[in-house]
Design a protein. Structure first.
Length: 256
């Protein structure tokens, strides 16, 4: 469990797109739970087998929609709870930084990329036509969000297990290394799609690099940074001017 201690409140505001994604995942979970409890099996398949990412279905039946729908399916309450908490805590800030539309695009790029990467790894080393176990969950997309947090807020400190302070960028790199090593060493009983996590983080990092980090010819990167600095100066000047016009005696930082 991790917490940020560089902000007044460790709980960010729940933003609109993040809230919509959480609601969609929760509704999908309870719909699957209720229909499964009632024995509802269209075509002899449970909803998880239709909407989860099943490699055999991709190969044999071209059920390509599964690369999208698997993101919203979760098989256990704890799985759902942990994913939604991380999505709330980190996704809200990334949405605020990117904007609603860009954040939603980024979420799906990471989620779909995670599914594709995991599928390709299985196709390289296994016979995917015999893999009928669904891959479900938003973890791949969420690992992409963690990558974005490391890029945009890399200098922030986080408390790992509420004890050990570490910069966000190093925490993200450690998580990527752990998932890669665990994925290589995982057994069939592991029941965790580690390469989906690695894929989501890797695809997300590449997207961020080409869209936000890599300079775009003719000093585009420097111009962008200059504009951001000027924007921050204007915001700071506005805050100072507003504060100067008030008679309160409180002098402290403003928290988002």
């Amino acid at each position: 469990m991790n917490a940020r201690f560089d902000q007044l409140s460790p709980v960010p505001q729940l933003t609109q797109v993040t809230k919509g994604l959480i609601v969609t995942c929760v509704v999908a979970y309870f719909t699957d739970f209720i229909l499964t409890s009632l024995g509802f099996k269209p075509g002899g398949l449970y909803l998880t087998e239709i909407l989860g990412l099943v490699p055999a279905r991709i190969v044999q039946d071209l059920w390509l929609w599964q690369f999208v729908t698997y993101i919203f399916m979760h098989g256990h309450p704890l799985h759902l709870l942990l994913n939604m908490l991380i999505l709330w805590f980190f996704g809200s800030e990334i949405e605020t930084r990117m904007g609603r539309r860009n954040f939603l695009i980024y979420f799906f790029i990471c989620g779909i990329g995670a599914g594709l990467f995991n599928f390709l790894v299985n196709a390289t080393f296994l016979d995917v036509s015999r893999l009928n176990t669904p891959i479900i969950g938003a973890s791949g997309a969420i690992f992409g969000i963690l990558a974005a947090y490391g890029v945009f807020f890399g200098e922030r400190y986080m408390l790992v297990f509420f004890l050990f302070p570490i910069k966000a960028k190093y925490f993200v790199l450690i998580m990527a290394a752990i998932e890669l090593i665990t994925g290589v060493q995982a057994s069939a009983q592991d029941n965790v799609a580690h390469f989906a996590h690695v894929g989501g983080m890797g695809i997300g990092a590449l997207y961020l690099y080409f869209k936000y980090i890599r300079p775009r010819g003719g000093g585009g990167g420097q111009n962008r940074r200059h504009l951001e600095r000027e924007k921050l100066k204007k915001q700071f000047t506005l805050i100072v001017n507003e504060s100067a016009g008030k008679n309160d005696t409180t002098d402290g930082p403003r928290w988002n």
